[in-house]
Design a protein around this ligand. Structure first.
Ligand code: UD1
Length: 426
């Protein structure tokens, strides 16, 4: 158990480098199973979700080690297709292993995945996509048993542009005979990064970043004509970490500069921060934000698949709106149960009403520090931001949830001048 203890009222200042993206790293780690030789990953964040994914890979026989900045993976020793049950329940992204396991072994066995409690998060789109490639799927005693020794490429139209389903299908389809076309594919930057990695492995994948992705697959091992020697890949910067830090500056006040950011990936977030009265500029991989005295209200934030406003930034903007000068509205379209931070913010003096997926927030001049509990990863980050703006001391309990998505969140904020410390308890 861990808590973050924040004393509010300190404006932020300074420069900080954004880490590699968790949501890009996790599917790439799964895809490493599709490499024939060694892989060196750079900028892979050292997060609990990543360590869990590495533990899953090790259980399947992959050699994984951190060597300085690089994460080295050698999948040539992989020898199992049954996912370890306990670890799979810890991590929703364990579901990403289905596609690569099927591609590599023709079989995969996994449990229904765990992860943050943000809605039902079914996996029907993943399973339906794999079934369309010819995978036979059975459920037995809570296990999902997949057999896909003769997958065949086909047209798959997703009912919804699910990020995970798009990635899983891409990874399975590299070994399906013939062409697979994914229509209504998710367009997130992390999918482009997965495509870049698969292409380095020699697979013919095109279209990521658009709604139509094409994969030319082949049953034959080595058909991808993989390059000889170690394949190296640098994970893209984390747009949610970047967005959270920008939001922190908007909430706490002050001026900060982000390095290793991709401004295009946070365009929707930057637009909303400008609406709140912040001044932002971007050049190359640098973003600068100067906040105003008190944020202005944001008329409407609607979470949507990329390039729309990210659901993973909803909680942080919820915090911002609680102290805005006016009334803001947030509609959460992506997940049905993602307002748990609201109840905690109420305890800090926030004022809002909720109807179904819509929140109307009347900004108050000041939040009051108190003891609050993180219920999920982004909600925990949002409560920490609330602590930056609150009067007195805020204690965010369950802070280990924040570790799932931020490398030393307290250290990042402290380096920008926040008064924050961490307390670990048994
Ligand atoms: C990914 C991100 C997560 C982000 C989310 C939406 C990773 C590791 N995680 O999660 O941080 O919040 O995208 O941007 O990349 N759905 C179904 N059936 C399915 C799959 C999804 O109904 O088979 C629904 C989900 O319940 C949810 C919506 O589709 O309501 C979006 O989910 P999806 O895009 O799949 O998100 P994840 O890949 O789980």
């Amino acid at each position: 158990m861990a808590s973050l203890i924040v004393t509010g009222g300190r404006p932020l200042s300074g420069t900080i480098r954004v880490s590699g993206a968790k949501n890009a790293a996790l599917p790439i780690l799964a895809a490493s199973l599709l490499a024939e030789g060694a892989v060196a990953l750079y900028d892979c964040p050292r997060l609990r979700d990543v360590e869990n994914m590495l533990a899953i890979l090790r259980a399947l026989g992959v050699c994984c080690s951190w060597e300085g900045e690089a994460l080295l993976l050698d999948p040539s020793t992989a020898n199992a297709y049954v996912m370890p049950q306990g670890l799979s329940k810890e991590l929703r992204s364990s579901i990403f292993m289905l596609g690569p396991l099927l591609a590599r072994f023709g079989h995969a066995v996994c449990t229904f995945p765990g992860g943050c409690e943000i809605g039902h998060r079914p996996i029907d789109l993943h399973l339906r996509g794999l079934a369309m490639l010819g995978v036979e799927i059975r459920e037995e005693h809570g296990l999902i048993l997949c057999e896909g020794r003769s997958m065949t490429g086909t047209d798959i139209h997703l009912d919804y542009p699910s990020v995970g389903a798009t990635e899983n299908i891409m990874m399975a389809a590299v070994r399906a005979e013939g062409e697979t076309v994914i229509q209504n594919a998710a367009r997130e930057p992390e999918i482009e990064d997965l495509q870049a990695f698969l292409r380095k492995l020699g697979y013919a994948v095109t279209g990521a970043g658009s709604s139509t992705i094409r994969i030319c697959g082949s049953h034959a091992l080595g058909a991808g004509e993989q390059p000889v020697g170690c394949i190296s890949h640098r994970v893209i910067p984390d747009r949610i970490v970047a967005g959270t830090l920008l939001c922190a500056a908007a909430v706490a006040g002050g001026e900060i500069t982000l390095k290793n950011a991709v401004p295009a990936h946070v365009a929707s977030v930057m637009a909303k921060l400008r609406e709140a009265g912040c001044t932002l500029s971007a050049e190359g991989d640098t973003i600068h934000i100067a906040s105003c005295a008190r944020p202005r209200e944001i008329k409407l934030i609607e979470t949507l698949p990329y390039p729309g406003f990210p659901t993973d930034m909803q909680a942080q903007f919820f915090t911002l709106c609680t102290i805005a000068n006016g009334t803001s509205m947030i509609v959460e379209n992506v997940f049905e149960n993602r307002f748990k931070h609201g109840a905690e913010l109420l305890r800090m003096g926030a004022s809002f009403t909720q109807k179904d997926r819509t929140i109307v927030i009347r900004g108050v001049e000041r939040l009051m520090g108190t003891r609050v509990v993180a219920r999920d990863l982004r909600g925990g980050a949002a409560l920490t931001l609330a602590g930056l703006a609150a009067e007195g001391e805020t204690i965010v309990e369950n802070a280990e949830l924040i570790d799932r998505g931020y490398e030393c969140f307290d250290g990042m904020l402290a380096s920008l001048g926040a008064e924050i410390r961490r307390k670990d308890t048994e």
